[in-house]
Design a protein around this ligand. Structure first.
Ligand SMILES: Nc1ncnc2c1ncn2[C@@H]1O[C@H](COP(=O)(O)OP(=O)(O)OP(=O)(O)O)[C@@H](O)[C@H]1O
Length: 344
């Protein structure tokens, strides 16, 4: 479908944020800047072809993996890394500097004030937030709401950015976006145009999509990446105990990629996870279910949320694990306009 004329002329983000651009500051150094440090453009192109679009992203690769790129010798890689180090001041920083860096964290509203308060303001950029829970507990509906709220301006608790959505189960519904956008007073077509969507069919496909995203994120202001669900394809593509070690290793690689994207582009990463029966949970535990993915997922996700059904369209979110949030629960409801507070 051709984009609407209104979108051609500006787009939702530009329309809503024309007067607030000063709040945005680029959080990364483009890989092209290496040219000013004496690296030839052919070698920069090789890095881009390998999915590396920023100097920050480059520093997240080991030299071993960089020499694996066709045409880059060890000597070249050393020179490239030296040049990137000059552009970035990485290494130790003071606590105060880190506090300033943390100020760039954006918190994106979930649509429910109660849930936002539980989360300290909303879904955070620079880290991975995981939601797990049984089917119909609201994981995908939260993803849909975030697709819209991320595009709100910062003063409306949005992220003023675009959204990338990787769907492994085929549950994304663009038609759900329309009433959610209307609820926030946004133009639904523009909102849909600011979401890039890909359906993944294998875990390898899922990983390759992440590699391709770096190019897009280096060019346009993204603020949210959704992977719904992060684990489903791993559970299909690897079977049995015999393949468990390999599955966990590949899952760790994928999650490491997600963490790096979050930090490289100041993006919020929202992933959904499934629950599995926990026979070790003991007979006194009323609902012996635990998140899938084991320790690998537990370590990668910074904020882990457990969703469960309550009466009617009401759902409960519990902080399962988070470094700086107190334990607690929030009740919200799923409506046509997305997640909202429960009205008494
Ligand atoms: N338009 C709507 N209005 C109100 N509630 C809705 C609407 N669309 C979906 N829901 C509610 O959302 C629920 C589905 O939630 P969701 O798809 O987020 O579940 P999930 O946790 O992702 O589950 P799964 O693991 O099956 O993907 C439905 O059961 C329904 O109650």
């Amino acid at each position: 479908m051709a984009p609407s004329k209104q979108y051609d002329e500006g787009g939702q983000l530009q329309l809503m944020e024309a007067d607030r651009v000063e709040e945005e500051e680029e959080c990364f150094e483009s890989i092209d800047k290496l040219i000013s440090q004496g690296i030839n453009s052919g070698d920069v192109k090789k890095l881009q072809d390998a999915g590396i679009y920023t100097c920050n992203g480059l520093m997240m690769h080991t030299k071993k993996s960089l020499t694996g790129i066709k045409g880059l010798s060890e000597a070249k890689v050393d020179k490239i890394c030296e040049a990137a180090e000059k552009l970035l001041s990485q290494g130790f920083m003071t606590g105060s500097d880190l506090l300033i860096k943390r100020k760039s964290v954006v918190r994106i509203t979930t649509g429910s004030q109660a849930l936002d308060e539980l989360l300290g303001g909303g879904i955070e950029t620079l880290c991975i937030t995981e939601a797990f829970g049984e089917f119909r507990s609201g994981k995908t509906q939260l993803a849909h709401t975030l697709c819209v709220s991320t595009q709100l301006p910062l003063h409306m608790h949005g992220g003023n950015g675009k959204v990338a959505y990787i769907d492994t189960e085929g549950t994304f519904r663009p038609e759900r976006i329309v009433p959610i956008a209307e609820r926030f007073g946004m133009d639904a077509n523009a909102v849909l145009d600011n979401i890039i969507y890909a359906r993944a069919y294998t875990y390898e496909h899922q990983y390759n999509l992440l590699l391709g995203l770096a190019a897009k994120m280096a060019e346009e202001p993204f603020r949210l990446l959704i992977v719904d669900s992060v684990i489903a394809l791993f559970r299909v593509d690897f079977s049995g105990r015999g393949e468990l070690a390999e599955r966990q290793q590949k899952l760790a690689q994928m999650l490491s990629r997600l963490t790096k994207i979050a930090e490289e582009f100041n993006v919020a990463v929202y992933i959904t996870n499934q629950v599995i029966a926990d026979p070790g949970g003991g007979m006194f535990i009323t609902d012996p279910k635990k998140p899938a993915g084991g320790h690998v997922l537990a370590h990668a996700a910074t904020i882990r949320l457990m969703l469960r059904k309550s009466k009617g369209e009401q759902r409960v979110c519990k902080i399962f694990d988070a470094p700086n949030l107190p334990e607690g629960e929030a009740v919200f409801q799923i409506t046509t306009g997305g997640l909202m507070d429960v009205k008494d």
